[in-house]
Design a protein around this ligand. Sequence first.
Ligand code: MLT
Ligand code: MN
Length: 310
Amino acid sequence: MLRVLVLGAAAGGGFPQWNSNNEASQRARRGDPAARPSSQSSVAVSADGENWVMLNASPDIRQQINDNHQLHPKIGVRHSPIACVLLTNGDVDHVAGLLTLRERYPLAIYATGRVLEVLRANSIFNVLNPEFVERRSITLDEGFEPRTKDGTGTGLRIVPFAVPGKVALYLEDDAAGDNFGTVEEDTIALRIEDTKSGDYFLYVPACAKLSSGLTSQLDEASLLMFDGTLWQDDEMPVQGAGSKTGRRMGHMSLSGPDGTLAAFADSKVKRKVFIHINNTNPILLSDSPERAAVEDAGWQVAYDGMEITI
Ligand code: MLT
Ligand code: MN
């Protein structure tokens, strides 16, 4: 059995974002039940209910651990059910939480060579004392079992695969042309399988465009968790919240003829959930017409604390 626990459903910035004064953020701050606050993008998964693999480490990780009993220390004076952390890209919303996991606790961090190089090049990540925290490189399209620092297996099999995306914002190279120096290992998706049952789900928190590597695994999947950053490609400029489009940020948007709702309309995947949702996206509001539209199309919108069992 796979347990999938949403720690943070929102994209970078969270909802409400610290400097956002849009109507949705005001409603969230007022405690409006239709505008439920969300922390930043992260999921925990477990095959045994004891050892948890963190998919990304968001800046909100401390609160996410405190809010979810599954991740509370259980044994002795120092303990954590977190066996390891797997990074799908080097974005701030996915790596900054590593800094909270210091304090000489044995952990393993899995990432592509490209993302490990980002951590290596920034000495602040050395607060994760290498004597205690091992960094393990993963290879695209090669399955592996995530393990604790001491080598205990988690009962999961994970296959990382590249999806179209963009290099982390702070690494963009304007001189490198249209793709800002993006390489394949910058944005990965994960196929996460329960080794006992063979059931699997796909975790795709960032994706710029559908690819055959993704669609070929879709119909047999028990669950798809997919990039829900923006409702509409130009929603940030339209709302006056920033100048960038979804395309520019490496995210496909939900609506329109090229959008995610249209792209997955015929897929046979059993369950579809949007995650990594930006604070400008009206699907965060449970009373919006856009939320009704995604639900009519068979999608659910993730929320902090959502638990899915496969
Ligand atoms: C993204 O998902 O596009 C990034 O997290 C944006 C950012 O770094 O703020
Ligand atoms: Mn992000």
